[in-house]
Design a protein around this ligand. Sequence first.
Ligand SMILES: Cc1cc2nc3c(=O)[nH]c(=O)nc-3n(C[C@H](O)[C@H](O)[C@H](O)COP(=O)(O)OP(=O)(O)OC[C@H]3O[C@@H](n4cnc5c(N)ncnc54)[C@H](O)[C@@H]3O)c2cc1C
Length: 117
Amino acid sequence: MGDCATIKDHDLPATAQVAKQKAMYLGEVFNKCAKNGQDTQIPEFNFKNRGSMAYIGSWEAVVDMTPVHQKATEGGHFAWFFWRSAYLSMSVSLRNKIQIPMFWFLTWVAGRDITRF
Ligand SMILES: Cc1cc2nc3c(=O)[nH]c(=O)nc-3n(C[C@H](O)[C@H](O)[C@H](O)COP(=O)(O)OP(=O)(O)OC[C@H]3O[C@@H](n4cnc5c(N)ncnc54)[C@H](O)[C@@H]3O)c2cc1C
């Protein structure tokens, strides 16, 4: 599953979106197998592209949600805000939801660690 797996005839990128959908799929298949035993009909995995976002520096990002809505492309500061909101809302644990804004704040105040050594 995830980055370690490829699906024959379905080349998918090694991204979190793909890994998450594969994980959800596997969870559903395992639950079905546990319920129905060997008679389980295993559905094919289908990846649903929900779009891409990327930070491009200077508090700006690009967002391409065209797989979800035809006109949903955006670039600039609003896209940056959208990107950050998505990042935060999709982080799983409460610990990460608290830690991530703290790291963002620290980076904003003190700069990135990697450039300050
Ligand atoms: C710097 C960086 C930036 C990225 N940015 C993005 C992004 O912006 N958007 C995006 O969609 N994707 C991004 N990715 C890709 C994304 O992180 C991966 O596609 C995703 O995390 C894959 O999930 P996974 O569950 O397959 O693997 P992982 O998230 O790598 O999880 C594997 C887990 O298994 C653990 N593990 C390994 N070996 C063992 C072992 N022997 N026993 C027990 N545990 C073990 C590891 O510690 C790890 O926690 C980025 C990746 C990197 C490296």
